[in-house]
Design a protein around this ligand. Structure first.
Ligand SMILES: [Zn+2]
Length: 281
């Protein structure tokens, strides 16, 4: 029996290579030269998974990936998913000057729009690196033609997350009649604490039932949609495993063998569409 609730949620995928992941890069000291590209193979698996589950999603594509694999971006767009921007070189916003940030997002947006022939209106910062100290980035995003940002995970976390941020879409910047909306990654609230139900390493680590129960709480009790995210490399347990400290290895590779099966289970029980659809922009 199809037990999907009637409420639609937003699904997002950050399209990057396994070696763009921050934990992987730190684990190998940034020595990514010569590592094989696996993004086409892993993203094609994601597309097959979404087609089987009848889900639409927003794909935040890295500009450098789009430049090297334009055919992949076209395949995603042809299947009526939304193409959005994950920046160009996967540099943290918190490590860029405003000028460097503008150059990075402009380059990536231009590549993506050239490949698809459609405007790109959504942005997600690498590693959710827009916090309170980077609020200047909103002004740049709006002036570069973006309409929404999705760079907040409102939880306590050692390298990202602002547990005081809004848990649902909220206007964060405005210029005349143009506004920028922030759509945070999904959380559920229990005993005054925001708990992660929106994907990433938590989804790989925790049982599927945890995520399903959390999404149900948000959909049924709060009557709101939530936003889930993952990366194609999380479905690729056969990616290269260069030597790295154990704590990096555990964090990067945990639960990868089960990821595809868990995602299929998630798509069976939860109805997903693009961020653009949910925000109706
Ligand atoms: Zn990323």
């Amino acid at each position: 029996m199809n037990a999907k609730a009637d409420i639609l949620n937003a699904l997002s995928i950050d399209v990057e290579e396994y070696f763009h992941a921050r934990v992987f890069q730190e684990g190998i000291g940034g020595a990514v030269a010569g590592l094989e590209s696996r993004v086409e193979m892993s993203t094609d698996r994601v597309l097959a998974l979404l087609a089987a589950g009848g889900a639409k999603a927003t794909f935040f594509v890295l500009g450098q990936v789009a430049a090297a694999h334009p055919g992949l971006v076209r395949r995603i767009a042809e299947q009526h998913h939304e193409i959005a921007c994950h920046g160009d070189g996967h540099e943290l916003v918190s490590r860029q000057t405003p000028d460097e940030f503008r150059t990075d997002v402009r380059r990536a947006k231009t590549v993506l729009e050239d490949v698809t022939g459609k405007p790109v209106i959504g942005y997600r910062a690498p590693n959710f690196s827009i916090g309170r100290a980077q609020a200047w980035a909103y002004d740049i995003l709006l002036s570069e033609g973006f309409r929404y940002d999705s760079s907040t995970y409102p939880i306590l976390h050692d390298s990202y997350g602002d547990h005081t941020a809004s848990r649902f879409p909220v206007e964060v910047w405005r210029h005349a009649d143009q506004k920028l909306v922030e759509f945070p990654i999904g959380t559920t609230r229990l005993c005054g604490v925001n708990l992660p139900i929106g994907g990433g390493g938590y989804f790989r680590l925790l049982p599927l039932a945890w995520t399903l129960a959390g999404i149900k709480r948000v959909n049924v009790h709060e009557r709101r949609p939530m936003l889930f995210y993952f990366h194609p490399w999380e479905l690729d347990p056969h990616q290269p495993r260069p030597p790295m400290p154990w704590r990096h290895r555990v964090r990067h590779y945990v639960g990868m063998e089960r990821e595809e099966r868990k995602l299929a289970g998630l798509l069976r029980d939860v109805k997903f569409t693009t961020i653009r659809d949910i925000l109706a922009i």
